[in-house]
Design a protein around this ligand. Structure first.
Ligand code: C5P
Length: 231
């Protein structure tokens, strides 16, 4: 089994405050967010070719961000206007390299760890075509509108989805191409596309540390966490 890696990092990260630049290039613990994310995969022995999907304006930012890493196995490709389009660009690039399977990861999740990658790859090795890392929802959930609660929603059987969502490459590439051909552009993750295409999706336990940095505060907290760990 050859596992290609697609890291999507072509977003503008506007929710994290665009004045400071795209969030994947903000520094946490002394390095860019994307450098931490990429290093996690470079350090994982089962990772094959790695494709990072970047915004066309970010080429220099990316080169600077990863300049201290051994990037011989890493190539870049230009992303699209939506995450879904960026993933498809990455999948097409990884399909031209040596890979039978693929892990699709958000560049904005720098704390992905080897134990999680091993749990996922074990399920791919066991023959699952699609694997979702996820954690059961622990908060009490409310449906509301205009600042008022309508009802409490049962959290029974609900999971919060993480990445890397991982697949047999031919399966997810075909599902993505079909979604694009049918002008379905409303998918926010890749397992939703697999579900839509009728592919069964296995769930493995996610990691509580594997958070996505979305708003400015997430980046500050990630920086504090790495600085505390370095003491
Ligand atoms: O915006 P959000 O945090 O949901 O994006 C998740 C990931 O998808 C980020 O790593 C972001 O850079 C990436 N993305 C992308 N191309 C887009 C939009 C988002 O690669 N057009």
């Amino acid at each position: 089994m050859d596992i290609g890696i697609v890291i999507v990092a072509a977003g503008r990260g506007e929710r994290a405050g665009s004045a400071e630049g795209p969030k994947q290039y903000r520094r946490i613990g002394g390095s860019a967010v994307i450098a931490h994310t990429l290093k996690a995969f470079l350090d994982w022995s089962k990772a094959g070719p790695i494709v990072v999907v970047i915004h066309p304006d970010d080429k220099l930012l990316f080169e600077e961000a990863v300049s201290g890493l051994a990037t011989e196995r890493v190539s870049t490709v230009t992303g699209g206007a939506t995450r879904q389009q960026s993933v498809l660009a990455g999948l097409q690039a990884v399909a031209a390299l040596d890979a039978t399977h693929v892990m699709i990861h958000d560049g904005a999740r720098p704390f992905v760890d080897r134990a999680l990658l091993d749990r996922i790859s074990a399920r791919l090795e066991a023959g699952d075509d699609a694997v979702l890392p996820a954690l059961p929802v622990t908060d009490t959930l409310k449906r509301g509108t205009e600042g008022r609660v309508i009802e409490t929603v049962s959290r029974e059987g609900l999971y919060a989805a993480q990445t890397p969502q991982s697949f047999r490459l031919a399966t997810i590439l075909e599902a993505h191409r079909r979604a694009a051909a049918e002008s379905r552009s409303d998918f926010t993750d890749d397992c939703s596309i697999a579900e839509w295409a009728g592919v069964p999706v296995a769930i493995v336990e996610g990691s509580p540390d594997n958070v996505k940095l979305t708003v400015r505060r997430d980046i500050t907290m990630a920086d504090e966490r790495l600085s505390a760990a370095a003491l």
